[in-house]
Design a binder for this molecule. Structure first.
Ligand SMILES: Cc1cc2nc3c(=O)[nH]c(=O)nc-3n(C[C@H](O)[C@H](O)[C@H](O)COP(=O)(O)OP(=O)(O)OC[C@H]3O[C@@H](n4cnc5c(N)ncnc54)[C@H](O)[C@@H]3O)c2cc1C
Length: 468
């Protein structure tokens, strides 16, 4: 075990993955590790949005470094937005909290029918003035519609001006104008408490209610919870085949870091189960198969490819420290997150995505000119760690927008405003987009190259979803 080591580069020799380069996060030592095969199990990249339900250390660096060395990155634009999170409460927040999905089993989601009621105490708003919008729009599924649909409808309600909770200042990046919006909807247990009794509700959800009360200072037994969607899970990732091998022979990728099993939607699937099956059942067999094909030539630490990988890591770190600019790493990360959330979040359109790509390019250029990384490499230095990760997020964010721009259909977690049914639901275009979009790195300043892996369904018939 090598805890507190961060992989910062992949070593590729004769087209095969033969090791990694790490930084010791306590001492700053840069080390190379050679191997016959490499497995990345480095999690999802939701933190490209800055605010997400992920742990703050989650990042894309391992997958992105592999991508730059030849591993394709698939379907990067598919992001799962979870509808049941505690709303953003200000501009100094660095993390969002997920309230469990299970709450939607008994909680009823609503907003006031009239915008004038939005600032009122919800207990003073009578039944007839409430809009249980999921039950109204989707009578068959009601509050249990899938995550993407519940999320988008919450956004729609708030966009209409019927959100609840404190007003939050929002800047329209395109016009520069600021506006005040309430970004929250009610998740109400009053009816469940009446039907089941407080004790039963407490037995089922007590820990979640406690967590909510501790964070918000509001008692959800007495007043409805306020929730809003948040970035939760990334369904794109490093492309792998059925053996979990990437396009670099000998490089494997497991769990949320790969794109596999998630499709555009991952609503009925389980991320934890996928990680377990990847690790317990798939990799022990497929890596053995790869290794059994013949002995690998021995690689020493002075092999030119190893030296080159180590030097590239050192140069990058030295470069980051030497810039000594005026803007903090977090300020770049936040700005990137705002762009991603606004233009590559719950709803995307062509104009917004083009704008986002241009803004991300500008921001990346500014980052490499003006970022301020304090401290030195030879120490515990979280600013330096974050700087490297944000540098990679700035490249990934652009690819996500490019992927979202090219996919001119709505599909699960990717909702294109231009591609919707008359009643505002996602409209797929299977005739044009029935494929995995796997992107090859096009070089610094170059265009990523799209490879299409057709999706072939033999046992089931493709159908447009309806929850009405
Ligand atoms: C709040 C929350 C609730 C969830 N609830 C559920 C649920 O109920 N059911 C479900 O199925 N899924 C759930 N998920 C999703 C699921 O937890 C994740 O998809 C899953 O844990 C991912 O597992 P993983 O092993 O692929 O990655 P992770 O668990 O993210 O592990 C990746 C590891 O790699 C390390 N790492 C990253 N980069 C590097 C690097 N460059 N060098 C070295 N190490 C690195 C990280 O520090 C981390 O330890 C939830 C997720 C969240 C955030």
């Amino acid at each position: 075990m090598h805890p507190r080591h961060e992989m910062l580069e992949l070593i590729v020799i004769d087209g095969r993955a033969r090791g990694i380069v790490t930084r010791n996060m306590v001492t700053g030592e840069i080390e190379s590790w050679v191997a016959d095969a490499v497995v990345l199990a480095t999690g999802g990249y939701g933190n490209v949005f800055f605010l997400s339900t992920n742990a703050m250390g989650c990042n894309v660096t391992a997958g992105w470094r592999a991508h730059r060395k030849g591993a394709y990155f698939a379907n990067p634009c598919y992001t799962q937005i979870h509808p049941t999170c505690i709303p953003v409460h200000g501009t100094t927040q660095s993390k969002l909290t997920l309230m469990s999905e299970s709450l939607r089993n008994d909680g009823r989601i609503w907003v006031p029918k009239n915008a004038e009621d939005c600032a009122k105490d919800p207990r003073d708003i009578p039944e007839e003035a409430r809009d249980y919008y999921l039950e109204r729009i989707y009578p068959s599924f009601g509050n249990l519609v899938p995550r993407d649909i519940a999320s988008r409808q919450a956004k729609n309600m708030c966009d209409e001006g019927r959100g609840v909770g404190p007003e939050v200042e929002e800047v329209n990046h395109r016009t520069g104008e600021t506006q005040l919006r309430r970004r929250g909807v009610y998740l109400d247990f009053a009816e469940a408490i009446q039907r089941l009794g407080k004790k039963a509700v407490e037995a089922k959800y007590g820990n979640l209610f406690d967590m909510y009360a501790q964070i918000t200072g509001e008692n959800p037994y007495e007043t409805p919870m306020r929730i809003y969607p948040a970035v939760h899970y990334t369904m794109g990732g490093v492309w792998v085949d059925y053996d979990l091998m990437t396009t670099i022979p000998g490089l494997y990728c497991a769990g949320e870091a790969n794109f596999s099993d998630h499709g555009a939607n991952r609503l009925g699937a389980s991320a934890l189960m996928q990680g377990l099956s990847d690790g317990y059942f798939v990799l022990p067999n497929t890596i053995n198969d790869y290794l059994s094909k013949g002995a690998m030539p021995k690689v020493e630490a002075d092999h030119p490819a190893v030296v080159e990988a180590v030097n590239s890591v050192k140069e990058r770190i030295n470069h980051l420290i030497s810039i000594k600019g005026s803007r903090t790493v977090d300020s770049f990360h936040k700005e990137l997150g705002n762009i991603m959330w606004e233009y590559c979040g719950m709803e995307r359109d062509e104009e917004g995505l083009k704008y986002a790509i241009a803004e991300i390019r500008k921001l990346r250029e500014e980052f490499w000119r003006d970022v301020k990384v304090t401290g030195v490499n030879e120490d515990f230095n979280q600013t330096l760690e974050r700087a490297g990760r944000v540098a990679d997020f700035l490249e990934l964010g652009e690819l996500m927008c490019i992927d979202a721009l090219h996919r001119r259909e709505s599909c699960g977690g990717h909702f294109r405003a231009e591609s919707q049914t008359e009643d505002g639901e996602a409209l797929r275009h299977d005739d044009e987009f029935l494929y995995v979009g796997a992107w090859e790195f096009g070089g610094d300043g170059g265009q990523p190259i799209l490879h299409k892996e057709p999706l072939e369904y033999e046992a089931i018939e493709l159908k447009q979803r309806s929850y009405k």
